[in-house]
Structure formats: C-alpha cells, structure tokens
Design a protein around this ligand. Structure first.
Ligand SMILES: Nc1ncnc2c1ncn2[C@@H]1O[C@H](COP(=O)(O)OP(=O)(O)O)[C@@H](O)[C@H]1O
Ligand SMILES: [Mg+2]
Length: 198
C-alpha cells in the first residue's frame, strides 16, 4: 500500500486542494482513498460538494464502522470527510484515528491523508504512525520556514519526505520580483528536498 500524509506546517497552503488533485490523478491508474483528518477546519465537503452523511467523526464517535464513512466519487476513488461541524473543545484520540485509517486503507491501493494545519500533536501522531509525507508549501518565506521545520520533524520521527510541492507559485515577471515570491532554488535549498511546482 502507498500511503502519503499531505501536510504543511502553515495553514492554508493548499493541502486539501492538492490532496484532491493527487487523488484524482492517481485514480487514473490505481484504487485511491482520500481521508481528511482536519477535524477543526474541514473544507473537503465544500470543494467536492459532498453530502452531509458520512464522516470520520462518526467512526470516532462509534456511530459508524470505519468503512461506512466512505463516500464513493468514482468506482476506484473513495473519500472520507473529517467532520461537518468543528468541535474545538474535543481532544482527538490519536490511537483511535490511526486504527480507523488502517481499517479504511486497502492493501493494494493508494491512500492520501489530508492533515490538519500546524505542527501540533495531531499532525505529529499521524506522521509518527504512517511515516510518509508530502509537504505542501507556498513561495513565501513564512510558509517555507514552516515546511523546513516539518522536514526536520519528519526526520526525527523517521517519516520519509516523499517530496515538497510549491503550490500557488506564479511564474510571471511582475510576481517574480516580489520579495515573498521566493525562487525555487532557494526553496529547494531551504527544505533540502526535491520540489515540484503545482
Ligand atoms: N493553486 C491554487 N491556486 C489558487 N488558489 C488556491 C490554490 N491552492 C489553494 N487555493 C486556495 O487557497 C485556500 C486554501 O486552500 P486549502 O486547500 O483549503 O488549504 P489547506 O488545506 O492547506 O488549509 C482556498 O481558498 C483555495 O481555494
Ligand atoms: Mg485543509
């Protein structure tokens, strides 16, 4: 099984949109599951116009079995949305969420886990368990700095960074002169990883 945690450090870099694009692209040649784990700011439902019927939170609350939370978008592409409404006061049971993801994931397929923002314990717990990361960043120093911290955290957790994606890179001349629109070469150097523009 190929499993990737799509993560960023900084919020709003495009993890969810990138996860969705990766899932659709891989579904051209593989069985794919896309699992949203951002319980506090879940947005997948808006991007994909998902019905308010199944979500990961239902499995966490014991209302549904893990596989019952899947929504099929195509024959070989299934989505699990995190939640409909955020509950900022509820602590996430990491052991339980990891177990649910393992039950949903299939042996001969590809799984993308869309992680919550930040470098908090919810993010760490998923990386520690699943050991594989795709980092999504933006061409701005703040986002790159957080991505760099995440590369270091992955190294400590022995999670493999499969790649770094620069989302929202603008190639036109006007923007390339803006100080925040960092060059790919500096990003590559900062993260010490292979970078793909998106
Ligand atoms: N490549 C892109 N071009 C334009 N807008 C984008 C792009 N990627 C993300 N966005 C926008 O940025 C915002 C955050 O994206 P999202 O995928 O929800 O980020 P995250 O999951 O990291 O919080 C959304 O409004 C989304 O539409
Ligand atoms: Mg998101």
């Amino acid at each position: 099984m190929n499993l990737f945690c799509v993560c960023s450090g900084k919020g709003g870099t495009g993890k969810t949109l990138v996860s969705i694009n990766l899932a659709f692209a891989c579904a051209e040649f593989s069985n794919v599951k896309l699992i949203e784990t951002d319980m506090l700011t879940p947005n997948m439902r808006f991007y994909l116009e998902l019905p308010k019927k199944n979500c990961l939170n239902d499995a966490l609350n014991g209302k549904k079995k893990p596989k019952e939370t899947e929504i099929a978008l195509k024959e070989n592409l299934k989505i699990v949305q995190a939640a409909y409404d955020a509950n900022p006061f509820k602590k996430i049971d990491h052991e339980k969420i990891n177990k649910i993801i393992k039950e949903i994931a299939e042996e001969n397929g590809t799984v993308f886990i869309d992680l919550p923002p930040g470098l908090n314990e919810d993010v760490i717990a998923l990386l520690r368990e699943f050991k594989s990361a795709i980092i999504v960043t933006n061409p701005e120093m703040g986002a790159v700095s957080d991505a760099r911290k995440l590369v270091e955290i992955c190294s400590e957790l022995k999670a493999e960074v499969k790649g770094v994606i620069i989302n929202r890179k603008q190639n036109n001349r006007k923007n390339s002169r803006r100080p925040e629109n960092t060059r790919s070469s500096s990003l590559r150097k900062a993260c010490n990883r292979k970078i793909s523009g998106f």
